[in-house]
Design a protein around this ligand. Structure first.
Ligand SMILES: [Zn+2]
Length: 116
């Protein structure tokens, strides 16, 4: 059985680890918020919307084909999985809000191309 001092030390270690995880999560959240407000992202987003409109005749969800907005510019490979692809034009597709929220960061299907 651990002594009181050992138990308190273990609790302090766990609290420090939890604080470090919370700080890291806050950093990721701030980085993401700053990124989505940045001019490079807004330019890429606009270019993707424009290319989608030229391809389909009107802005169209690449996943379900809906022409009802609002639309999101979705990262095919989620940024939580590969931050380096955040401004890669090949890593974005247009998705309606429902499809984008349904996808979340759980898969990396490129809906722009027909299924193999
Ligand atoms: Zn959709």
């Amino acid at each position: 059985m651990p002594s009181v001092c050992e138990a308190l030390s273990a609790i302090e270690v766990m609290q420090a680890a939890a604080a470090a995880r919370a700080e890291e999560a806050e950093k990721r959240k701030r980085r993401s918020k700053d990124f989505y407000a940045s001019q490079p992202w807004r330019r890429l987003r606009y270019a993707a919307l424009r290319a989608n409109r030229e391809k389909h005749g009107c802005i169209t969800c690449e996943v379900c084909g809906s022409t009802e907005g609002p639309f999101d510019c979705d990262h095919i490979t989620p940024l939580s999985k590969d931050w380096s692809k955040r401004l890669d034009p090949a890593n974005v597709q247009i998705a309606c809000r429902a499809c984008n929220f349904g996808k979340g960061n759980r898969d990396s299907i490129d809906w722009r191309e027909p299924a193999p």
